[in-house]
Design a protein around this ligand. Structure first.
Ligand SMILES: C[S@@+](CC[C@H](N)C(=O)[O-])C[C@H]1O[C@@H](n2cnc3c(N)ncnc32)[C@H](O)[C@@H]1O
Length: 274
């Protein structure tokens, strides 16, 4: 990378990332493909920077079905984030942010803050892309380098300015899939316990029956999703890819997108059992 961080010397490449970090590039590539459509649901200026740096291996894995799924989930969570801002939320925490560009591309209130949590290697590459695209956040944006398997990550979030006493929208997009049942239950419970009244959560889950999966993925197949979210402290509304996509005017092919995979949740009220 050159002194000003621009993409001149080939140091930017998904090959420099861990296997999980590399997935962030694949998602961005899918968003770049959506951004080029005449009827694009969003235009992602950061994703558009990514295509030359995605390895052939990652490109080969990106099927049309995956591109369609990533477009739907991006729009679904865009709308959830803007809706939360309309409901007065000003703190947005993107857990496993990858190359998520919502801080730059959504019309968020100027007094909002987007806290992005991910690993150091991902942020190093993201910074170069942000500089190259000359992007500036709409409100405030903070990077929190943390591994959420380390319980200290919420303290790091607080140090960066996140206010525990204020409502938060937590975004977990393409994220829970990397955690086994125990780790994801601990994570969602931690989020609920850390959340002020009025907090919300948006997530994707993979609960498809019999689907072929990447070795890094952990499925929710067979899990009663509504019940699991409730046990973790969240009242969840579940939507299928088919429902969401049809609602946006782009039906999916027959047989695809039938399982609930998109989650919009609110913090469950605390029940006083005394
Ligand atoms: C598939 S990408 C999704 C990125 C982003 N949410 C999006 O949809 O564009 C998953 C991201 O989660 C991050 N990640 C995975 N495990 C993590 C962990 N334990 N702590 C922090 N980040 C993690 C990876 O580095 C990667 O950037």
């Amino acid at each position: 990378m050159s002194d000003d961080g621009r993409l001149s010397d080939g140091s930017l490449s998904d090959g420099r990332l861990s296997k999980v970090g590399r997935t962030a590039f694949a998602v961005a590539l899918a968003r770049a493909i959506e951004s080029e459509r005449d009827d694009a649901w969003f235009v992602d200026p950061l994703a558009r920077q990514v295509a030359p740096f995605v390895s052939v291996e990652s490109m080969d894995k990106l099927s049309p079905g995956l591109v369609a799924w990533m477009a739907v989930r991006t729009r679904f969570l865009d709308e959830l984030m803007l809706g939360a801002a309309g409901r007065g939320i000003r703190q947005f925490v993107t857990v496993g942010a990858g190359l998520d560009a919502r801080a730059f591309r959504l019309a968020l209130p100027a007094d909002s803050t987007v806290f992005e949590v991910d690993r150091a290697d991902v942020f190093t590459q993201k910074r170069a892309l942000v500089l190259s695209a000359e992007l500036a956040p709409v409100g405030s944006r903070r990077e929190i380098v943390a591994d959420v398997l380390d319980p200290a990550w919420t303290a790091a979030l607080e140090t960066s300015g996140w206010q525990r006493g204020e409502p938060t929208l937590w975004l977990l997009e393409g994220f829970l899939i990397y955690f086994d049942e125990r780790a994801r239950t601990r994570l969602l419970t931690t989020l609920a316990e850390s959340s002020a009244a009025g907090s919300e959560l948006g997530s994707t889950v993979d609960a498809r029956a019999g689907a072929k999966r990447h070795p890094l993925w952990h499925s929710f197949e067979g899990v009663d999703l509504g019940r699991w979210f409730a046990e973790c402290g969240w009242e969840a509304t579940l939507t299928t890819m088919r429902q969401a996509s049809a609602g946006y005017g782009r039906p999916v092919p027959p047989g695809r997108g039938e399982t609930p995979t998109l989650v919009a949740a609110r913090l469950a009220p605390v029940v006083d059992h005394r």
